[in-house]
Design a protein around this ligand. Structure first.
Ligand code: NAI
Length: 480
């Protein structure tokens, strides 16, 4: 029986391994992590991450051919194929701080593999890593290997949170990069055979190692760039009276461009886009390509601009001050159908409003108060470290309350900011919300989910990103 071990039981390691276990009953899969609380949660009824469909997949295989454990050494030593899916945060100190990927966790995983292995292994990079990481890992493994042979493969993950299980069941492509030697190609074939249990052969792409590593960074940079492009247009739409939804539809019907990822919003978030672009920028700089680095940096700058532009709209509309005003924040996760708040634009928007002394009442159907308080007090990039290594912050932001209901959040508020596109925000009873708010009552829709015209009929002053402005907002300064 082929044995797979995955180091890192996070948003990627957990779902990918659960799907491999489901689709390959003849393979035994162990997911290991240094975080005891995470592994305990994977072994309980309350999984550590919320992802539609994940529960069902885990329940079908757990205890049969899918195991979650903190015994990293045992499962690594027994495995034929070891996936590494640990955090690769942005460095906060030293060379490349603020841009380069911190490979501390990757390196320690590689050292464990070298230390405990007693048989040849295929080591698969699942984490997103800088191009040429495989070479560094190869060096660590071969220098410590006591004659054991390792083949390194790059198999970046393209799943999107919120649709991870669907994406894994039916991927656009699976990408496998390996050495172009007979041993390298043999390893590529072994991993291909795993995916071939359910992925059609023509969707399993094989490349050299460096192409696979770089393709992941490139794909995320292209996706984020589309969002920054449409968001840049949204500012121009507001200035000219064009409607960004109409512009995006007209642009997206061009088959060369395509309709996806063209929704204007308060900005992109998630654990990957910013981190991976910063990493790409750093790699370009290290390779003497400052113009290319500058080009990609601009994608992040527009994203930051979009968030501060939103905050400025809120403050400017409300008589240039939100000091001591209650503002309801609906949605904190970086997108719907996930509880993940990593790099969510809500953090920057909330910090911006708190900077202007607002009182915030936050509601998100999947995010806990503890998480929101951590996010609002944590330093940039500290979030991307294993839980037990994150700074403990006993301080809470007093001007923030977290409630479990949109009506409670909006009661007596002066304004409502919609920051995540949860479906339930489309069908709220906005008349009831209006009746219980201070007047004039404002709605700032950072995701374009509400019917602005209906809300205006009720009496709200509405700001929708990239849409023709309410007369109220027209004369207000809004540029960041
Ligand atoms: P995560 O933070 O949810 O999970 C990483 C896990 O690795 C943590 O539970 C941590 O405790 C564990 N870990 C760290 N060092 C370890 C070690 N030495 N031994 C054992 N366990 C260790 O991170 P996530 O989101 O799963 O991301 C993992 C990688 O996948 C990152 O490189 C990320 O860029 C990439 N990725 C993430 C995607 C996403 O949607 N979250 C999508 C595609 C790629």
């Amino acid at each position: 029986m082929v044995k797979i071990c995955c180091i890192g039981a996070g948003y990627v390691g957990g779902p990918t391994m659960a799907v491999i276990a489901l689709k390959c009953p003849s393979i035994e899969v162990a997911v290991v992590d240094i975080s005891v609380s995470r592994i305990n949660a994977w072994n309980s009824d309350q999984l550590p991450i919320y992802e539609p469909g994940l529960d069902g997949v885990v329940k079908q295989c757990r205890g049969k051919n899918l195991f979650f454990s903190t015994d990293v050494e045992k499962h690594v030593s027994e495995a034929d194929i070891v996936f590494v899916s640990v955090n690769t945060p942005t460095k906060t100190q030293g060379l490349g701080a603020g841009k380069a990927a911190d490979l501390t966790y990757w390196e320690s995983a590689a050292r464990v593999i070298a230390d405990v292995s007693k048989s040849d292994k295929i080591v698969v990079e699942k984490s997103t890593v800088p191009v040429k990481t495989a070479e560094a890992i190869e060096k660590i493994l071969t220098h410590n290997s006591k004659g054991i042979k390792f083949q390194i493969l790059s198999n970046p993950e393209f799943l999107a949170e919120g649709t991870a299980i669907q994406d894994l069941f039916n991927p656009d492509r699976v990408l496998i990069g390996g050495r172009e030697t007979p041993e390298g190609q043999k390893a590529v074939k072994a991993l291909k055979d795993v995916y071939a249990h359910w992925v059609p052969e023509d969707r399993i792409l094989t490349t050299n190692l460096w192409s696979a590593e770089l393709s992941k960074l490139a794909a995320n940079a292209f996706l984020a760039q589309r969002i920054s492009s449409v968001n840049a247009m949204s500012a121009l739409c507001e200035a000219t009276g064009a409607n960004v939804s109409q512009v995006a539809f007209a642009v997206g019907t061009d088959s060369r461009i395509g309709p996806k990822f063209l929704n204007a919003s308060v900005g992109f978030g998630g654990s990957c886009f910013q981190k991976d672009i910063l990493n790409l920028v750093y790699i370009c700089e290290c390779n003497g390509l400052p113009e290319v680095a500058e080009y990609w940096k601009q994608v992040i700058k527009i994203n930051d601009y979009q968030k501060s532009r939103f905050v400025n709209r809120v403050v400017a509309s409300m008589f240039n001050t939100v000091s001591n005003k209650k503002i309801a924040v609906l949605g904190f996760a970086f997108k719907k159908d996930t509880g993940d708040t990593r790099e969510t634009p809500a953090i920057d928007v909330c910090k911006g409003l708190l900077g202007d002394k607002a009182r915030l009442s936050i509601y998100d159907p999947q995010v806990t108060e503890d998480q929101i308080q951590r996010d609002l007090t944590m330093n940039k990039f500290d979030w991307d470290h294993p839980l037990h290594l994150q700074p403990m912050s006993p301080t809470t932001v007093k001007q923030v309350s977290v409630v479990w209901d949109a009506y409670e959040a909006t009661k007596d508020a002066h304004g409502v900011c919609i920051l995540t596109e949860w479906d339930e925000f489309k069908t709220l009873d906005y008349q009831r919300i209006y009746d219980n708010m201070q007047k004039p009552a404002f709605v700032f829709d950072g995701r374009n989910v509400v019917d602005a015209n209906k809300l205006r009929e009720i009496g709200f002053i509405v700001y929708s990103i990239g849409k023709p402005l309410d007369p109220w907002l027209k004369d207000m300064p809004a540029v960041a």
